[in-house]
Design a protein. Structure first.
Length: 335
């Protein structure tokens, strides 16, 4: 039976001395660790490193080097060798009685082939292709749901409805509803419009109008909701790294409409690809210091975020580590 695998590239381990000023081992780092089902690369790195997001540095990883992977399976053993001048990691395979040096890298594959991801897949699966940020009016010409044959106002999974013609050969759709405007809290620039994902549909009878079957619904669907071709694909290319430029940004929204975000929650930032962010960028989140006796105290760090989806002016980030809840208008900076 095929085992779930943690996809890692195993070629070598850099000496700790060259990164002694920034990379530190956990004081209780184990001599060996047995990989178990449900592990993530972030979790395993945290067994050995105080800052688990820095594993690409300690393993000498280049973001472009994602070829020729070996695999780590549940039951394999990661060994910390303290006998030399510098600690080393090696991997003792369960299926082969040999030891190889360890250099993790994420293998980008279709989701069904991925095995254990670098971060909890359950935390981001629901957000990879569903949250959208679009310019105003981007859905103006998109097909829209007209209604059902029996004049029902609310539609759900399994219901059939009619929609305007998409003028394409598309048969599979995402059902969307224009959402709130996203503004930069400092400049008041409109950064885009968050689009609400409502479910999926399939064309069962093309035409104008076309007849669609609602195959899944996360919320109530109504006449006027829009259809977008379900053609999005995504690779889980999560290689954590610091920003390439200096970042000073804000949390402008918390997905789900809540006021606070905990671990593995999704937050929206007012920084995007135009600011130098890309998938895997790690940022520290800070709370503004209070004013005491007319003196503003320094901002205090709350935790770490990792960007996993990027648009031009905004991005979605996952709360990875947290000391206290993240709130709207909290600041994000280089870690």
């Amino acid at each position: 039976m095929r085992k779930l695998a943690l996809s890692l590239f195993l070629t070598g381990f850099m000496a700790l001395s060259s990164h002694a000023d920034t990379l530190k081992m956990q004081p209780d780092a184990p001599d060996r660790y047995v990989v178990v089902k449900g592990d993530t690369l972030w979790d395993i790195s945290g067994k050995f490193l105080k800052d688990p997001w820095k594993w690409p540095q300690i393993w000498g990883m280049n973001k472009q080097e994602i070829q020729n992977p070996h695999w780590i399976y549940p039951g394999d053993v990661i060994v910390l060798d303290r006998s030399g001048a510098n600690p080393r990691l090696s991997l003792l395979k369960t299926e082969k009685l040999d030891t190889v040096k360890l250099l993790p890298k994420i293998r980008v594959e279709p989701e069904a082939e991925q095995g254990v991801p670098s971060i909890p897949a359950s935390a981001v699966n629901a957000f990879i292709s569903q949250p959208f940020v679009m310019d105003e009016g981007a859905l103006k010409d998109a097909p829209r749901i007209i209604g059902a044959q029996d004049d029902r106002m609310v539609l759900a999974t399994g219901d059939q409805a009619y929609a305007t013609n998409g003028k394409t050969d598309t048969l599979n759709w995402k059902i969307l509803r224009p959402g709130k405007e996203l503004k930069d809290p400092d400049t008041q620039e409109v950064l885009g419009h968050q689009v609400e994902y409502l479910g999926d549909a399939h064309t069962v009878a093309p035409g104008n109008p076309q007849r669609i079957l609602i195959t899944s619904a996360t919320e109530e669907i109504q006449a006027g909701d829009r259809l977008k071709p379900a053609t999005d694909t995504y690779s889980f290319r999560y290689i954590p790294h610091p920003p390439a430029t200096s970042i000073q940004g804000r949390v402008i929204s918390i997905y789900g409409g809540v006021s606070e975000a905990g671990q593995y929650a999704t937050v929206v930032l007012n920084q995007g690809s135009r600011n130098g962010l890309d998938v895997g960028t790690v940022l520290a989140v800070y709370k503004k210091g209070n004013v005491v006796d007319k003196v503003r105290l320094p901002d205090s760090r709350s935790g770490l975020l990792m960007v996993y989806r990027v648009f031009d002016k905004v991005s979605y980030a996952l709360v990875m580590q947290i000391h206290r809840p993240v709130n709207i208008l909290d600041t994000v900076r280089n870690p």
